[in-house]
Design a binder for this molecule. Sequence first.
Ligand code: EPZ
Length: 421
Amino acid sequence: MEKMVIKGGTPLRGEVPVSGAKNAALPAMCAALLTEDELTLHRVPALRDIRTTKQLLIQLGVQLDDLTPGTVRIRAREISDHTAPYELVKTMRASVLVLGPLMARAGIANVSLPGGCAIGARPIDQHLKGLEAMGAAIELRSGYVEARANRLKGTDFTFDLITVTGTENLIMAASLAKGTTVLRNCAMEPEVDGVIDLLNSMGAAIQRESYDTIVIEGKDSLHAAVHTVIADRIEAGTHLIAAAITRGDVLVTGCDTSHLVSLLEKLEEAGLNVEVGQDRVRVTSNGRIRSRDVETNPYPGFATDFQAQYMALVSLADSRCTITETVFENRFMHVQELVRMGADIRISGRSATVRGVQKLSGAQVQATDLRASACLILAGLAAEGVTEIHRVYHLDRGYERIEEKLVRLGADIRREKDELL
Ligand code: EPZ
């Protein structure tokens, strides 16, 4: 196991490029199952979850080549296996994204139920309900979803709640269904539109009829495509918050600023100077951080994936604010770790009240999930003294070489072997 060792107190300065989005690359790789032709993907980030997805696709019989760093060529000429096994799915719940493509292409899928994770139960009932509406027979047996269908058929389906991967799974399933599918109450995250753009470049006929309604005209087959994964808005925002919390001056490049509106608004409200270009954002701080309430919501609201990082920032703000997490039921695992660094935070149900303190102190802390890890990195960058973050494998799931990028911004951060674990 490895840990991250950070000596805090240095204002970050400089320019940092953003990698491709994990949450766009994962469905894009699974979309390769929808065609027997070649799919070439550019800007695929080098992350643990990407490696897990490659492993899963190869296990399904897919041919997969890393052409250059960031470019992957995938060819599902035939699918020899239809099982996403528990040992893979339990390490990465996004494996469920093979369910829709397998049902569309092969009409058979045995996918392990993901089980809960640190941030919540995260069931997949909506994915299954939608597939049943498209004619799939679904059985739950020994912890697996066993789905069968001769050929999925078009349907008019309304999600009971907004689900990002649920929307992506059913779009992929409907792309090869017989007839037209209308999906209502869909997620509007940019990563969903990334899937729509990719599938349309593969010959699908998909459009957002209104902001939350997507219409898919099923095709008999899809064909080869070359696609570039969108920039990772969560990584971009994490670097911007790093600039804010260290009272630095950072330019984040290679991002789509239209995907960051709610975060940039909140950073401005918190007193930061935010300069926005088309594909770049510069954040500078005058030293003061103002406490501002925030509530997480599906896109275009304030993203739940920024909640932990924002909490680190307002832990050092000038008064008190409330952070409300409406998307996941247990996404405050980072609070106790921040408190160990001197933060003053109290949880009540889905809300946390954060009273700003003058300083945070370096400490031994433990990462519990991907964004909690990012939160602790940010707190360590701002804290007085040395912070050691254990179980840093959580971080590697979603951030490509983050310590190298932060060192280039002047951070005193290094990865070490973890003798404790
Ligand atoms: C996606 O997860 C992202 N992961 C998450 O990013 C992100 O936090 C989340 O969307 C919300 O934006 C990927 O895209 C790979 P949901 P997903 O289905 O699709 C409930 C990260 O840090 N729900 O939108 O799994 C669910 O329990 C990760 O990169 C059901 O009840 O999230 C949750 O409370 C973490 N039944 C809420 O909906 C369902 O069938 C939103 O979940 C599906 C979801």
